[in-house]
Ligand binder design. Structure first.
Ligand SMILES: Cc1ncc(C[n+]2csc(CCOP(=O)(O)OP(=O)(O)O)c2C)c(N)n1
Ligand SMILES: [Mg+2]
Length: 319
């Protein structure tokens, strides 16, 4: 439903400036501002190198999700499959630890439109404001909380204003460059010590909430197809890149073909791999496991905690 991503700040990035390199690109749908006098620039520049990288990343994500959905439906992949999915208070906790340890990092905390209506989200806004934490709250408004349309479950669907005392920014989540520009703006806002900020990315969910939700009982196939035809972020980006002559259709088709082939090869390899051993289940659950054994196992099948990977705190250099 949500996830956290943290990154270290760039030195001297406290002043927001539009990137001026490459070809000019006009963001289609203007940003909407809440408690902000100035917003991100709607004219942004894009270099060919960045454009192709974003295009490829989007195609990879789309294709991966398709493949995962199929593997799950074929019962080749077990467990529970949410096609992407944290907790808002954890994001605020990460931001608190970053401020406390003075890492210079900020925490992007992502949550859904459904989660926006939970008490924990509003407690998180409050604590972030009171403690002036380096956190950007990013609401991914994909129009549905499981099967409930946003207007049926939300007192206000203007999620960018829902931080009440926090400034907010509405962004067309179907335009990768609008999202990039808004993120740069939000990051500079935090580094300028203006406090936490809320960003709403308006998007759409083609799939159901999880694999147990066919995603078609609360909307029609035509509704979904209309978004695919009119607002699809990959198709739209591709058209813009061709129109702006940043890339040719052939180049972009080739990226798509290569991604498909590479991911199909990965799936083939994964199919041939043995199933993970049971002890994987208890691997890297804690940075420092305080108990040797996982609690609640039957005495006949004990399971030990195992550490093999590097903990996130080490990646982020938090002492
Ligand atoms: C505290 C809590 N209450 C209820 C649920 C059950 N639940 C799981 S997802 C969900 C809706 C989430 O909506 P949204 O954040 O928009 O995510 P999306 O459906 O778009 O993936 C609910 C109510 C939960 N996981 N946790
Ligand atoms: Mg949602």
């Amino acid at each position: 439903m949500y996830s956290q991503l943290s990154f270290r700040g760039l030195a001297g990035a406290s002043v927001y400036k539009t990137l001026r390199a490459g070809v000019a690109y006009q963001v289609d749908k203007p940003f909407k501002l809440y408690k902000l006098s100035v917003g991100p620039d709607s004219k942004v520049d894009i270099t060919k190198e960045d454009a192709l990288r974003y295009y490829k990343q989007m195609v990879v994500i789309r294709r991966m999700e398709n493949l995962l959905a199929n593997l799950y439906k074929n019962q080749e992949m077990r467990g529970f499959c949410h096609l992407y999915a944290g907790q808002v208070p954890i994001g605020v906790g990460v931001a608190l630890s970053m401020k406390y340890a003075n890492t210079g990092g900020i925490c992007m905390t992502l949550y859904g439109d459904g989660a926006a209506n939970q008490g924990q989200t509003h407690e998180s806004f409050n604590l972030a404001k009171v403690l002036n934490l380096p956190v950007v709250f990013v609401c991914e408004n994909n129009k549905f909380a499981m099967g409930t349309a946003d207007f049926r479950g939300s007192g206000s669907v203007d999620y960018y204003t829902r931080g009440s005392f926090l400034p907010g920014l509405w962004v067309d989540g179907m335009d990768v460059l609008a999202v990039r520009e808004a993120t740069r703006f939000a990051k500079a806002h935090i580094f300028a010590n203006k406090g936490p900020i809320v960003m709403e990315l308006e998007t759409y969910r083609y799939y159901g909430h999880s694999m147990s939700d066919p995603g078609t009982s609360y909307r029609t196939r035509d509704d979904i197809q209309a978004v695919r035809n009119e607002r699809d972020p990959i198709t739209k980006f591709k058209d813009r890149l061709v129109t702006l002559k940043i890339a040719t259709e052939e180049e972009l088709n080739k990226i798509q073909k290569d991604v498909k082939k590479n991911l199909d090869d990965d799936v083939k390899k994964a199919r041939g791999d043995p199933h993970p051993k049971l002890d994987e289940l208890a691997t890297d659950v804690y940075q420092k496991p305080y108990q040797k054994q996982v609690r609640g196992m039957s005495p006949f099948t004990p399971l030990d905690h195992k550490s093999i990977g590097k903990a996130i705190v080490q990646h982020l250099k938090i002492k």
